[in-house]
Design a protein around this ligand. Structure first.
Ligand code: ADP
Length: 624
């Protein structure tokens, strides 16, 4: 029978698996056991409403067998099983596996460490086996099928005999070589220790026949003789890690659990373990990842937590449990108050679930606040990665969640030169300061050099720098903090002191002149009250700011949303005086000056120059 080839990406990864001299080979067992456990979860779930399953809860198990002579390890489960199509689809391709995508994104296919740290599921078995046979019978089907493969050249699916529903995986363990030893995986003590190390919490018993010495009948302690007997033992403790007392679990155990469960190769940045009793009772074990998942800012990323009811998985990714601003949180929630028989559709409207979601939101907020307080540095690192998400929470659902995020967001401060909270800002505001000042722009450096900043620097007034696209929307969503409203210093309506404007009055003709020269490009030309060393600056008037204009230009180019531009002139700056002088002496020159100064203001505001070649020509002419 012709072999079916693996899908092309699978082939590449498979090749990598087979040929890697890899130190974490041992994770293959954990991967296969975890698949078996998932398969049992699925059948168990069906058995709750379908009595034809005919298996009692306590009959579910994973069985391990080791045959040293034939060099095989067999893993048998009585889970849901696979039919022909499942075998073909699930074991014929790994292109959809999370780790593989990560590898593609990062473009380093030789980086085998990623594989070992969180596995590529089933395929990791090829690190230790040169032939894999899977026999499976799916629940509800009469025919069983066998999938067999010796690696890269493909696989074969044939009918086979198998009485019970479930899956049996037979690994033919590789021969030892000079560099690589595989035989230890044929030792039962080794297999048993791997189960304790990686799969202890699996909720179904993992059983293996173990040989012990047993005292021969008729002999006594004085003069003992022994028989070797074989007895089935359960290798795992079956207590889910989230059910254990926090103080009895080591950091390493939490970290290992996280990495395995959520397919990450880095330890989490923070672990929140909570046990809640009250209107609803639940245990939650939540993690803040240390790195941003590769697909995080794409539609593909699905927020959510694993939902268990008394230890039984009822939903793999329950998105209703986490609000948008905490979408990065991974973890599990286990509650005895959720009905097991509830359908997944009904779950969405479940009152208990809503209560859990509500308390979780508060818990996460408080945990993050505590983190901010007791390890600022680590929190800031986290904020660098997921801060955008928190800020997003200020606008999501029309601001419904802003109270849970407003104390978690940070902004760079002009005076402190570091990230600060809104509370810190407000607490040190001068008594006569009514507003929280912020400035938005492309990045922190550009904002710091804005002409508008001079005034605030001079006065020593703290300004929050908003270098993120979302910042302005976030602030708009927030509206105020502790009764103080936000003011954008790049907008025209901020109050400054009246600058002595005697001299300005006499030159008011320049305002009309510049406006006439620039035409539609600007909405208004005014004398600035805040400029000191810069000749000009551009401010926005009205609802739409420059950052919003830029954002809209990128998001909806056809909308042509434009901020109203106000060009501010510094009447005491030599460049502006020169312009004024030329208005009568050389009108054409004065017009050129006006255009150059306007374009400079546009550049400094970080806006696109409307006519770059005109600007280049003008500057060259001056140099002649
Ligand atoms: P992952 O577990 O990350 O989905 P795997 O490569 O480990 O990736 O497994 C691929 C798929 O094969 C699983 O999602 C599951 O549908 C199926 N599968 C693997 N092992 C079993 C099993 N023992 N019983 C039933 N289905 C299984």
């Amino acid at each position: 029978m012709a072999k079916t080839e693996f899908k092309s990406e699978s082939k590449r990864l498979l090749d990598l698996m087979i040929n890697s001299i890899y130190t974490h080979k041992e994770i293959f067992l954990r991967e296969i056991i975890s698949n078996a456990s998932d398969a049992i979860d699925k059948l168990y779930y069906i058995s709750l409403t379908d009595e034809n399953v005919g298996i009692n809860k306590d009959e579910f198990r994973i069985k391990l067998d080791v045959d040293k002579e034939n060099r095989t390890i067999t893993i048998t489960d009585n889970g849901i099983g696979m039919d022909k199509d499942d075998l073909d689809n699930n074991l014929g391709t790994i292109a959809n596996s999370g780790s593989f995508k990560f590898k593609q994104e990062n473009g380093k296919s030789e980086d085998v460490d990623i594989i070992g740290q969180f596995g590529v599921g089933f395929y990791s078995a090829f690190m230790v086996a040169d032939e894999i046979t899977v026999q499976s019978k799916k629940y509800g089907c009469d025919q069983a099928y066998q999938w067999q493969s010796s690696g890269v050249d493909g696989y074969e699916i044939t009918e086979c005999d198998k009485q019970d529903v479930g899956t049996k995986i037979i690994l033919k363990i590789k021969e030892d070589t000079e560099q690589e030893k595989y035989s230890e995986f044929l030792e039962k003590y080794k297999i048993s220790s791997l189960v304790s190390k990686y799969s202890d919490y699996i909720r179904y018993p993992i059983k293996m026949d173990m040989e012990h010495r047993k005292m021969k009948e008729g002999t006594d302690l004085e003069n003992p003789e022994y028989d070797m007997v074989s007895e089935e033992e359960v290798l795992n403790s079956m207590v889910p890690i989230w059910q254990r007392n926090k103080k009895d679990v080591t950091d390493e155990e939490y970290n290992d659990f996280y990495k395995q469960k959520f397919m990450d190769f880095e330890d989490p940045a923070r672990v929140f373990a909570n046990s809640v009793e009250g209107t609803v009772t639940y245990k939650s074990l939540l993690f803040v990842p240390a790195r941003v998942p590769f697909n995080y800012f794409t539609k593909e990323y699905k927020k959510g937590l694993q939902l268990y009811s008394s230890g039984v998985l009822i939903m793999d990714n329950c998105s209703d449990l986490v609000p948008e601003q905490f979408a990065f949180i991974k973890g599990v929630v286990d509650s005895q108050d959720l009905s097991l028989n509830i359908s997944r559709e009904m779950l969405q409207h479940d009152r208990q679930l809503k209560t859990i979601a509500h308390t979780l939101e508060k818990k996460i907020k408080n945990e993050l606040l505590a983190w901010l307080k007791d390890d600022r540095e680590a929190y800031e690192t986290f904020y660098g990665k997921f801060g955008k998400q928190l800020k997003y929470g200020l606008v999501a659902d029309y601001g419904a969640h802003k109270d849970s995020v407003k104390d978690l967001v940070l902004f760079r401060s002009s005076t402190e030169k570091k990230l600060v909270t809104l509370k810190e800002y407000v607490d040190r505001m001068a008594e006569d300061q009514n507003d929280i000042y912020f400035a938005s722009g492309e990045n922190i450096e550009a904002i710091d050099r804005l002409p508008q900043m001079e005034y605030f620097k001079d006065k020593g007034i703290e300004v929050l720098y908003c270098g993120d696209e979302i910042d302005e929307f976030a602030i708009k969503g927030l509206n105020d903090y502790s009764g103080k409203t936000f003011k954008n210093i790049v907008n025209e309506d901020i109050e400054e002191e009246e600058k002595d404007s005697e001299e300005n009055k006499s030159d008011e003709g320049v305002l009309t002149f510049v406006k006439d020269t620039l035409g539609m490009r600007v909405n208004e030309v005014v004398f600035s009250k805040k400029l000191k060393s810069h000749p000009v600056c551009l401010t926005a008037k009205g609802e739409i700011s420059f950052e919003m204009e830029k954002y809209m230009a990128a998001a909806q180019p056809e909308s042509h949303i434009r901020a109203e531009r106000v060009l501010e002139l510094n009447a005491s700056h030599p460049a502006v005086t020169a312009l004024i002088a030329n208005m009568t002496a050389d009108k054409e020159k004065a017009e050129k000056y006006a255009k150059i100064l306007y374009t400079q203001a546009v550049i400094i505001a970080g806006l696109p120059v409307e006519d770059p070649s005109e600007y280049a020509d003008l500057v060259c002419e001056l140099m002649k």
